[in-house]
Design a binder for this molecule. Structure first.
Ligand code: ZN
Ligand code: ZN
Length: 258
């Protein structure tokens, strides 16, 4: 019984055969999936999937890559859409200085607007951060200083020091299929020592298919492979790790329980 804390079921590669993707996930014991929005044009679609499928929930948000194209998505707009009963978190939002697809000032402004929406709704933030650890930490600390909210660092690839900062802030850390890659030694070291009660597992499908599916289109069924790898890395029982991370998922995204 597994939860995939981060996937994109409405992206090309998955949306064309979403029913088959969902059945393959269920066959492998995936009982909860969080369908993540990255652009305003997807919001209706991710909500429709979550309305139709009892084991799929949704977020609303703007990916940092898309910040330039959404100057009008402010806190009020996010809060309004987050009132939908199947929305359990806000994001993904954050900072991506690796690709720099959007202006950095706009990325930071958009990130702050999302965090304010989390403060107001008490929904968790789904953070995307790449090559931007210092600014991500500074903004999270500043915004949480105005009033706290829960959250997760998704597809964690940052340093061990950043993991400690995130844990100190009360955040969860979500490990993707990247951890199974041969060259991911630093990440494996960090993932091995994270406290189990703060751990989530995700696919980020259709991206980042784990070993032994590398090169294929990622899908939520593969969260089982990442869980097995992670359990071995941590010297834990895969079934117990699956159960613990699924419970963590429902604790963080508390609206999934209602
Ligand atoms: Zn992301
Ligand atoms: Zn994503």
């Amino acid at each position: 019984m597994l939860a995939d804390s981060h996937c994109h079921l409405n992206y090309k590669g998955l949306v064309e055969h979403q029913d088959a993707v969902l059945s393959r996930a269920r066959e492998r014991g995936v009982v909860a999936m969080l369908n993540i929005a990255t652009r305003e044009s997807e919001w209706d679609d991710v909500l429709a999937t979550a309305e139709r499928e009892p084991d799929v929930w949704a977020t609303v948000g703007i990916h940092p890559h898309e910040a330039d194209k959404h100057p009008d998505v402010d806190t009020a707009k996010l809060v309004a859409r987050a009132a939908h009963r199947r929305v359990v978190g806000i994001g993904e939002s954050g900072l991506d200085y690796y690709y720099d697809h959007s202006d950095r000032d706009r990325q930071r402004a958009s990130f702050r607007a999302h965090l304010a929406a989390c403060r107001e709704t008490q929904l968790p933030i789904v953070v995307h951060t790449r090559d931007a650890e210092d600014d991500t930490a500074d903004i999270l600390r500043e915004e949480m200083g105005k009033g706290g909210f829960p959250g997760v660092i998704h597809c964690f690839t940052a340093s061990g020091a950043f993991a400690d900062i995130a844990l100190d802030l009360g955040f969860y850390i979500s490990i993707s299929g990247i951890v199974t890659f041969r060259n991911a030694k630093d990440l494996q070291q960090t993932a091995a020592r994270l406290p189990r009660e703060r751990l989530l597992i995700e696919t980020d499908a259709p991206f980042l298919a784990p070993v032994p599916h590398r090169g294929k289109t990622g899908e939520p069924a593969f969260v089982a492979d990442t869980c097995r790898f992670l359990a071995e890395l941590r010297g834990e029982d895969p079934g117990e790790l699956a159960q613990a991370t699924r419970e963590n998922f429902h604790t963080l995204f508390a609206r999934t329980r209602t």
